[in-house]
Design a protein around this ligand. Structure first.
Ligand code: HAM
Length: 422
């Protein structure tokens, strides 16, 4: 017997009925994004490695430990995208979009890849949907993004939500904060993990995000960014919170909130599911401002803000049996005998033109087996064609909800079905 092959660790198949719930979430998100003026951008799944190193930051976990990087046949270093923002910025600059429009709103959806420790809610291939608003520096835009996500999630049934916000300041505020962190952590250097000892020199802010117990404990008492925010950052953050309140979104400020990517400046935010068993993986969406990234990547100074949501985490967090997302079949056709099955084939084709979900049995199964299948598919109406009906030019139409059936001329099938489906 040949060995059965398995999917790559941390990468999952998405199969029915789960795919139906997934699809509902994706459709709802696309609708919400488009209503807010975001248009879809599709970028390649692989990029040249320096794109991610330069944008996400070479001292982040993502770049240091998690990227799927390989040389292609031309010996160019390529990386499977670990997130979507870097590619959006690259495409925005490569196509000189900034010269064509002052404000750009893009959304994207697709798989991302990070070699993380795989566990529930944390995968190596995961699916993100994200929005990026480029060219707007006003704090109302990030408030609007959060309100959009909040409405989207609650509309999908995820009502137990926590919105957590913070400001990580801008380039004017960072040096003083950085110095304060170095001063605080240096006497404790020996207690830090190996990674954080390195981070202390390269990027002390990253220590705040370390999950290692000793570092986490030390970080809890570290100085917070809020003490080092300049007037401009403070004003921006206050105006952002005011807009969030105007939009009716309850939120908490967590001065210890940091995010795993280096490009953030100013506002950062996360939406967390408070139900379910996701533990630390309960962050269903996260994002923030990256006002310097476009300039750092070689473009003109352009403020920007965005987020990405994790579809797998949403699927786990939104209550309801996955089966409830599978739409019922409108009509199931049961044909008895080869000529009757052929007639059913043609009738099914006509009914589908009316926009109905129609299925029929292609196999020569017994009437009982076919009706059983119709039941399993939750068919709302069944059309039965036997040899006698076929000879008389009639069909039997059964209303599965009422358990009633009647004979109708073959030409009246569509109206009889419409009568049942309402
Ligand atoms: P992120 O926080 O790294 O941000 O990811 C955003 C969301 O993707 C997370 O909140 C989570 O729901 C989901 N996610 C991340 N990693 C995994 C994983 N290994 N398994 C399952 N789900 C995961 C970004 O990626 C930024 N690009 C967001 C952004 C856009 N910021 C500005 N614009």
């Amino acid at each position: 017997m040949p060995e059965l092959l398995q999917a790559v660790k941390g990468m999952n198949d998405l199969l029915p009925p789960d795919s139906a719930k997934w699809r509902r979430i994706e459709d709802a998100a696309r609708t919400a994004f488009e209503r807010h003026g975001y248009a879809e951008a599709r970028t390649p799944i692989v990029e040249y490695t320096p794109l991610f190193v330069r944008s996400i930051g070479d001292a982040t976990d993502v770049v240091e430990k998690e990227m799927y990087t390989f040389a292609d046949r031309d010996e160019k270093s390529l990386t499977l995208r670990p997130e979507g923002t870097a590619s959006c910025v690259r495409a925005y600059l490569e196509h000189s979009v900034h010269k064509k429009e002052p404000v750009t709103r893009w959304y994207y959806a697709g798989p991302m890849f990070r070699h993380e420790r795989a566990q529930r809610g944390r995968y190596r291939q995961f699916y993100q949907m994200g929005c990026e608003a480029l060219g707007v520096g006003e704090p109302t835009v990030e408030a609007e993004q959060i309100a959009m996500l909040h409405e989207l999630f609650t509309g999908l049934g995820l009502t137990a939500l926590e919105v957590v916000v913070n400001s990580v300041g801008g380039p004017d505020d960072r040096p003083a904060y950085r110095a304060a962190l170095v001063a605080y952590f240096t006497p404790h250097k020996a207690e830090l993990c190996e990674d954080c000892q390195r981070r202390l020199e390269r990027n002390p802010l990253r220590i705040l995000d370390c999950k290692v117990e000793g570092c986490h404990r030390l970080a809890a008492a570290a100085p917070t960014m809020s003490q080092y925010l300049g007037a401009a950052s403070r004003e921006h953050f206050a105006a952002f919170r005011e807009a969030l309140e105007a939009l009716g979104v309850a939120h908490t400020v967590d001065e210890r909130l940091v995010r795993g990517l280096d490009y953030y400046t100013g506002t950062i935010y996360e939406l967390r599911a408070q139900t379910g068993d996701l533990g630390a993986q309960n962050t269903v969406a996260g994002g923030g401002r990256y006002d310097n990234l476009i300039e750092e990547m070689g473009g003109p100074a352009t403020p920007a803000v965005g987020f990405a949501l994790g579809v797998e985490r949403l699927v786990i967090s939104i209550p309801g049996e996955v089966e409830s997302y599978v739409p019922p079949t409108d009509v199931f056709l049961v044909g008895h005998g080869k000529p009757a099955r052929l007639a059913c084939l043609a009738t099914a084709k006509d009914l589908r033109k009316l926009g109905l979900r129609v299925e029929l049995e292609h196999r020569a199964a017994s009437m009982k087996a076919q009706l059983k299948r119709a039941d399993r598919l939750r068919a709302r109406a069944v059309i039965i064609v036997g040899e006698d009906e076929l000879a008389r030019g009639e069909v039997v139409v059964r209303d599965m909800g009422k358990g009633e059936q009647l004979k109708v001329p073959a030409g009246d099938v569509a109206s009889a079905i419409k009568g049942i489906l309402g």
